[in-house]
Design a protein around this ligand. Structure first.
Ligand code: FES
Length: 79
């Protein structure tokens, strides 16, 4: 049985997926950091803790794509 809470959780995962699994950092947290002036990967790491987990940074390529897209277009990747 699907409850309203499960539906809400699924919608949230879709709208705001976890980008850095090691440190449980969602997409919107990273976007907020970039929008507030984190224009390099090390600054994003410092501001959010994304990219510096025990896996050694497997999410860094995604962080780079997000940052590069924003710096190029002024917008965040939609999905
Ligand atoms: S998934 Fe981001 S550091 Fe491991």
């Amino acid at each position: 049985m699907i409850t309203a809470l499960k539906l809400m959780r699924n919608k949230n995962k879709k709208d705001n997926p976890i980008i850095c699994i090691c440190n449980n950092v969602p997409k919107k947290t990273i976007e907020q950091a970039i929008a507030r002036g984190c224009k390099t990967l090390p600054r994003i790491y410092d501001a959010t803790s994304a990219g510096v987990g025990p896996c050694g940074g497997s999410c860094r390529s995604t962080l780079k794509k997000m940052l590069d897209h924003y710096l190029k277009t002024g917008e965040f990747i939609k999905r």
